[in-house]
Design a protein around this ligand. Structure first.
Ligand SMILES: [Zn+2]
Length: 167
């Protein structure tokens, strides 16, 4: 049987990364629903697995990031999910009412965000893309190619730049 890591890598090698297909392959249910406007997503137990709910009003790029963030909670903190974890617009569990989960701390959110960026913006691919633009990236093109916000791409590009220049 193929392991979770291998499965994730196989999805991660093809743009735009199919986060929905990956969730399905991991036996997680993904639904879109009317959530409070300040809530981006929720992960909660459902049957023998978990269900991820995305705010249907969100832009599709944001939904993808939220989905990847919730996948991060599932991968790293499934033992802390309890009755569920809600994520507000800034991807913190505070002010998400019944989905406010006090076990999920800032470091867990950071880990889920790092996973989401790692999953949706594979370093090697972005490095190649940035090189091909010779210092003048077309962020609209890249945003479409990765199906993610320009803001998220720029953050990742800055991290990559720092790493590349420190090598
Ligand atoms: Zn979160």
């Amino acid at each position: 049987m193929i392991g979770v890591d291998q499965l994730i890598e196989s999805y991660r090698s093809k743009l735009a990364v199919d986060a929905y297909g990956l969730a399905k392959a991991l036996d997680l249910e993904v639904v879109e629903s009317e959530l409070e406007p300040n809530i981006s997503g929720v992960i909660e137990p459902s049957g023998s697995s978990f269900r991820i709910t995305l705010n249907k009003e969100d832009h599709k790029f944001r939904k993808r990031f939220t989905l990847a963030h919730e996948l991060g909670h599932w991968l790293y903190h499934s033992h802390l999910i309890g009755a569920g974890v809600g994520d507000n617009r800034l991807y913190y569990s505070s002010d998400t009412e019944r989905f406010y989960n006090t076990s999920i701390r800032r470091r867990h959110e950071n880990q889920a965000n790092a996973f989401a960026a790692w999953l949706l913006i594979p370093d090697g691919l972005l490095e190649k893309d940035l090189c091909s633009f010779r210092g003048k990236p077309d962020w609209s093109y890249l945003s479409n190619r990765y199906q993610i916000s320009k803001a998220a791409l720029k953050i990742k590009a800055r991290h990559l730049g720092r790493r590349m220049s420190s090598q």
